[in-house]
Design a protein around this ligand. Sequence first.
Ligand SMILES: [Zn+2]
Length: 193
Amino acid sequence: MAVAPLATAAAPVADPGAAAVPRTAEALLAAGWTEIRPGGLEPPKRRSIRLVNAHTWEDLDIVYLTRGVLIDESLQAISQLMRDHRADKSIPIDPALIDELYMVHASLGTDEPLHILSGYRTPETNAKLRKRTRGVARFSLHMEGKAADIYVPGIKTLELQQAALALKVGGVGYYSKSGFVHVDTGDVRRWGS
Ligand SMILES: [Zn+2]
């Protein structure tokens, strides 16, 4: 498949209002778009993600979508990395969350992997965190595998928050003092400072 030359700096964007689409040809290619046409974008045929569990330092560099189809084993490996490390329990992580993480990460144009501070949480872990930490929701989407707290080395928390907000695909919590951003696949909303 033909790949548009990177010289097409101002890549055509199907919907200029859709901030989920990376803005430059380089970013588009990095994000997995295999072809950029004058009329718009070819949807991604292949997506891979690089993750680090910031507690156990397990890492993963894995293709999870190919020819438009999700790869079960990859989703399982990602779910395992994003497990509740306190309880050592995992559930399937929502593929929409994986895509969200992928898009945020790709739009940053960094070589550093995405670090997961918190992915899945058991109800018990969530209750413990709620006692200790302000801002932990009782019915947290973490308990459904639909939320992650993330950071990327070398990327300012503010920049990460802006990248997540630009996607407009779910909730974005900003925890500047703790140095992470919460993203989830719930309603589009924002909080934090
Ligand atoms: Zn969170």
